[in-house]
Write a protein that binds this ligand. Structure first.
Ligand SMILES: Cc1cc2nc3c(=O)[nH]c(=O)nc-3n(C[C@H](O)[C@H](O)[C@H](O)COP(=O)(O)OP(=O)(O)OC[C@H]3O[C@@H](n4cnc5c(N)ncnc54)[C@H](O)[C@@H]3O)c2cc1C
Length: 484
């Protein structure tokens, strides 16, 4: 029947697309329904007045050695996307040192040793531990620790600890809150195999996944919002779209926000709802998209990601509260240069820059009053690194946490789903298999034991949910075991 599938996936984020590719490849009849007119969720790109931007995701890690590499091979995607690795990938600025992350991990370790010579032995030991082949060993040693515990165990130098702490803005936490395991997994992907950018922009990755999904026989509906998940006798059996259309399937996978899934898409109140209402959500972000004139190009030596210093305090995540914004003292988290790593966009006369700040959610009224003010303050902050930035701006636009919510339905505009704290990386916090028979989760609202948020982790989650479906259908799973 036309509207009957084996599996329906709600959402074409990287979690949903990866899961869909594996299931369709195995011969299941799969439908992906996405509310936006394009696939990718936070991993999308857009263009304004000829200036090109990436919505959120600005680079990938783990393409050569990590889970993304495994997934690209499994789905024969390497020939479809040209991933370029840029070098240096990141520049971390603190008052005591400027440290570069390089595409070759040996060079990165050397860089740390050069900046913090008194800690050389400890730096070598730390990276040896992060790189360790025996993942079970890392798991055993770190699963109950915060990243601050690990930093304190290895290092004495506060500036060095701060340098590593700065990178945690990538998961929206400070060292004292972040799970050590989730952080080490992040470092394995983004320090030991970092800095990949697809030729043609970030959008190329979800587009290639979607093409592959369709090649495998999968169907997709874009610009269609799922309104309800239909449940009978505690078994999910279909979805209703906002336009009233109904589709049925034996298995429903939600790549959408878990709170949205359990609170709005289901009529039935489940045990998960009570539990997840007590869980912590990762912060959202405020993003400024700048189109610049050609003079700006001369100011940028290394168009890598720049992480400006904010605090030596490892117990304070640099999230901009309402008050910080009102008193005009925002903390700038990250500066990126979208498309500057794309050889086809090099020498382009329309350079772009993005400024990101971790931010609390706040109301529409608040953002209507403070959006422009925060945009200008962040430009001013960036001028401490690029002194004549303001004069080079020809185009500016910003996204508030409400914009993030509007385009992706992530609760509070969360950038990384559930916060990857020690208690919340437990696979049972928000597991892929739900209490409703046939209903599963995939993406950064699903806990798999290694932390949430970030493309490698959500792709891993999608792959893992596919393996659970294979088990349910008693199908042979051809997936290799892969520990992140
Ligand atoms: C500013 C920012 C910068 C980031 N930078 C990086 C980075 O450089 N590298 C990195 O690895 N990670 C980065 N991240 C994190 C990363 O983007 C996310 O963790 C990841 O993209 C989440 O993927 P997902 O598949 O779980 O969900 P999402 O990307 O949120 O996708 C969910 C999809 O479901 C759809 N959906 C939701 N509800 C419905 C419904 N009812 N009906 C139909 N469709 C629905 C949404 O429209 C969306 O497309 C960044 C995030 C942000 C916000």
């Amino acid at each position: 029947m036309k509207n009957k599938y084996d599996v329906i996936i709600i959402g074409a984020g990287i979690g949903g697309l990866t899961c869909g590719c594996y299931l369709a490849k195995a011969g299941l009849k799969v439908l992906i329904v996405e509310q936006h007119y394009k696939a990718g969720g936070y991993c999308t790109s857009f263009e304004r007045q000829g200036y090109k931007f990436d919505v959120g995701v600005h680079y990938f890690g783990g393409i050569k050695k990590g889970i993304l590499g495994v997934i690209l091979d499994d789905l024969s995607l390497r020939e479809r996307i040209n991933f370029m690795q840029f070098n240096p990938t990141d520049k971390i600025i603190t008052p005591k040192a400027t440290t570069y992350i390089r595409s070759n991990p040996k060079d990165t370790i050397q860089e740390f040793n050069k900046n913090f010579p008194s800690e050389k032995k400890n730096i070598d030991a730390f990276f040896k531990f992060v790189k360790h082949d025996n993942f079970i060993n890392i798991y055993k040693k770190t699963s109950k620790l915060t990243f601050k515990d690990v930093l304190d165990e290895f290092f004495k130098n506060q500036a060095l600890k701060t340098t590593l702490n700065v990178l945690l803005r990538n998961i929206g936490l400070c060292a004292n809150d972040a799970s050590a395991l989730a952080t080490i997994i992040f470092l394995r992907e983004y320090i030991l195999d970092p800095g990949y950018y697809p030729q043609g922009g970030i959008q190329k990755f979800p587009d290639a996944l979607l093409d592959r999904f369709q090649d495998f026989g999968g169907n997709v509906l874009l610009s269609q919002k799922v309104d309800k998940i239909m449940v009978r006798n505690n078994s999910a059996y279909g979805i209703t779209l906002k336009n009233g259309n109904i589709f049925e399937a034996k298995y429903i996978i939600s790549n959408a926000d878990a709170i949205e899934t359990f609170d709005k898409l289901l009529y039935k109140k489940t045990e998960e709802l009570k539990k997840i209402k007590r869980m912590d959500i990762a912060p959202s972000s405020f993003i400024v998209y700048l189109g610049l004139n050609e003079n700006f190009i001369k100011q940028v030596n290394d168009p890598c990601n720049i992480w400006p210093f904010s605090t030596y305090n490892l117990g304070k995540t640099p999230v901009n509260s309402k008050n910080a914004i009102l008193i005009g003292k925002p903390l700038l988290s990250l500066i990126t240069f979208p498309y500057s790593h794309d050889i086809t966009y090099k020498n382009c006369k329309k350079p772009t820059m993005q400024l990101m700040a971790l931010t609390s959610y706040e109301s529409k009224v608040f953002w209507a009053k403070n959006r422009d003010k925060l945009t200008d303050r962040l430009i001013k902050e960036a001028e401490t690194i690029f002194p004549s930035l303001k004069k080079c701006v020809v185009f500016k636009e910003s996204a508030t946490p409400i914009t993030c919510y509007r385009y992706t339905s992530n609760s509070n505009g969360s950038a990384f789903g559930w916060a990857s704290t020690v208690k919340q990386i437990n696979p049972l916090s928000s597991p892929a298999k739900t209490s409703i028979k046939g209903l599963f989760l995939a993406g950064h609202w699903c806990t798999v034991g290694s932390g949430q948020g970030g493309i490698p982790k959500v792709a891993f989650s999608g792959r893992r949910t596919a393996s659970l479906i294979f088990k349910e259908c008693a199908m042979k799973s051809y997936l290799s075991d892969y520990l992140l």
